[in-house]
Ligand binder design. Structure first.
Ligand SMILES: NC(=O)c1ccc[n+]([C@@H]2O[C@H](COP(=O)([O-])OP(=O)(O)OC[C@H]3O[C@@H](n4cnc5c(N)ncnc54)[C@H](OP(=O)(O)O)[C@@H]3O)[C@@H](O)[C@H]2O)c1
Length: 312
């Protein structure tokens, strides 16, 4: 496993972070709790020391239980929503209650990275005005080490919220959507994070589109119909064939994780899965060499300017 420094935090993290949410939720979405526990245990065995979860995922207790004896070797990232079910902002004291519940479920007395979860551009100002001060008090108490923010990439595909958030120099970590189909964080987010030494967690490296040929084809057809990519430069029947046919690349999923992991400014890539076998393969992908230059150039020519899709 490769390790790297996470922004300016002093945390030494594995280049792969275990994503305990997404559609798989460690396998809890379709399988049993023992499957989820097995995935976390396997992650530990593979050398993964970074675990990203959230109150809403329902996986904090699995991470807390399995990693109880390993806490000092692990980095825990968890999150609180900022809106309630009615769509109203959560009161600041409830944000702190959410932190307390996360501490309890993760069986720990501190969270390494506490994130505001899925903040929309129009919500950022309220969050900055109302949540940062109380959260900084929790930092002073030692219950939180670093503050982070995650974007709602499904809606905010061009990173409007994160661009604004990074102007504030409040957050030590950002979680950003980035993948072969929408590499817009390359210009908008990574340079500024690199300059200011803000830790970067990449999400949506694969998500649903890049693990399913039908979905990839639909996303690409839509982009071509909307003239966001050049129709003439794609092979209509098999738009990602140039990747699948390359002898140095095992699969589109492998290419997707390799694409993210060797990007300048990326600290770690989150991998979401309910399968130990997928996790092993994905760790190999993240740790392997950058994609061949001709593949990177082709991807850049095709999708380099796309910022309208998330790849879900
Ligand atoms: N706004 C936010 O804060 C936010 C939003 C979304 C995600 N996140 C975080 O980011 C993490 C990563 O996102 P994600 O879970 O969507 O992860 P991802 O790694 O981009 O994609 C995961 C999907 O790809 C499939 N997959 C993984 N490896 C595979 C392989 N080798 N072969 C075939 N299919 C494979 C998984 O299914 P299998 O289970 O079958 O492997 C799963 O459906 C989440 O877990 C969560 O921690 C945060």
């Amino acid at each position: 496993m490769e390790y790297t420094n996470f922004g300016n935090t002093g945390l030494r993290v594995s280049r792969v972070g275990l994503g305990c949410g997404g559609h798989s939720r460690l396998g809890l979405s379709s399988g049993s709790e023992s499957v989820a526990r097995g995935v976390v245990k396997h992650a530990l065995d593979l050398g993964i020391n970074f675990y990203d979860t959230a109150r809403i995922y329902g996986t904090e207790h699995v991470v807390g239980d399995v990693l109880f004896g390993e806490r000092q070797h692990c980095v825990f990232s968890t999150k609180t929503l900022v809106l309630d079910r009615e769509g109203d902002f959560i009161a600041p004291d409830k944000i702190i209650s959410s932190l307390e519940k996360s501490l309890s479920r993760l069986r720990t007395d501190y969270i390494d990275i506490f994130n505001l979860h899925g903040v929309r551009p129009k919500e950022l100002e309220f969050c900055l005005q109302n949540y940062i001060e109380p959260l900084l008090k929790e930092v002073d108490k030692g219950k939180i080490r670093y503050l982070g923010v995650t974007e709602l990439f499904e809606e905010d595909t061009s990173h409007i919220m994160l661009e604004k958030a990074l102007e504030q120099e409040v957050f030590d970590s950002v979680m950003v959507g980035f993948n072969m189909l929408n590499p817009s964080a390359r210009k908008k987010i990574f340079p500024i994070c690199s300059e200011r030494k803000v830790g970067t967690q990449v999400m949506f490296a694969v998500r649903r589109a890049l693990s399913d040929y039908d979905r990839i084809n639909k996303v690409i057809d839509n982009l071509a119909e909307q003239n966001e990519i050049d129709k003439d430069s794609i092979d209509q029947g098999n738009p990602m064939g140039f990747i699948a046919e390359n002898r140095d690349i095992g699969s589109i999923v492998e290419a997707a994780y390799r694409f993210c992991s060797r990007e300048f400014g990326v600290d770690l890539v989150l991998v979401g899965t309910g399968s130990k076998d997928h996790l092993s393969k994905n760790v190999d992908a993240v740790n392997s060499a950058a994609l061949p230059t001709e593949i990177c150039e082709r991807l850049d020519a095709l999708f380099g300017e796309v910022s309208s899709v998330s790849g879900d």
